[in-house]
Design a protein around this ligand. Structure first.
Ligand SMILES: [Zn+2]
Length: 214
């Protein structure tokens, strides 16, 4: 998997320090599953944090440090308890703990565009959902009222910052004006963590209005 677009180092550091919102934690964890480069960065952040805690006393790194980071990617942090329901959602590229959460059914939000909410079992400022767009769909110019993190699971899209394929991470906020075009030939499925207006009309309106099929 060739990954060209990564979260910022500030976001990865916040993830490593356990300071991210629950929904945004999921978006970063989804990218980390696909991206060895960012996993290495998070591991370095965690080691640096451990060194500070040890008050500069050198602590040998345990032989299984890397394996332990990779295992924890699949688990919900303690403060984000996993759902009690058995796993019922298999979606390649999602961390296992996310697959234990209840998923709503796909719903159509615009022509060639469907969304599927993931119900988090804990408070989150960001809503998390899967977004599926048909081949050749284009979003018209729009800005974000809040922070939006997108991780591509299947298919791909392009906008002014380049092409985004499986594993790629895209960050949008009110300063970003995106106009993505979905690749031809195959649906694009993304995991999205979005902060913004919490009223459903606002979210739906924002989703429906920017999308048209050209
Ligand atoms: Zn990365």
């Amino acid at each position: 998997m060739s990954i060209a677009h990564h979260p910022s180092e500030a976001l990865l550091a916040a993830y490593g320090a356990g300071r991210l919102d629950a929904g945004e934690h999921i978006a970063i964890a989804t990218h980390l599953l696909a991206c060895a480069q960012c996993r290495a960065f998070v591991r370095a952040v965690e080691q640096a944090g451990g060194s500070v805690l040890a008050e500069l006393t050198p602590v040998p790194l345990s032989a299984d440090a890397l394996a332990s980071v990779e295992a924890r990617l699949q688990q919900a942090p303690e403060r984000f308890s996993p759902a009690k329901a058995p796993p019922h959602q298999k979606m390649a590229g999602l961390p296992r703990f996310v697959q234990t959460y209840p998923f709503d059914e796909w719903r159509s939000v615009a022509p060639a565009l469907q969304a599927r909410t993931i119900r988090l079992p804990h408070a989150s400022l960001a809503r998390v959902f899967l977004l599926k767009a048909g081949p050749g769909t284009r979003l018209l110019e729009h800005t974000h009222s809040g922070v939006e993190m997108t991780c591509v699971l299947e298919g791909g899209f392009s906008h002014k910052d380049g092409h985004f394929g499986p594993g790629d991470f895209d960050f949008g906020d009110s300063s970003v004006d995106h106009r993505p075009l979905i690749d031809d030939g195959v649906d694009c499925v993304c995991l999205v963590a979005m902060r913004g207006r919490l009223d459903i009309n606002g979210i739906l309106g924002r989703l429906i209005q920017p999308f048209v099929r050209l």
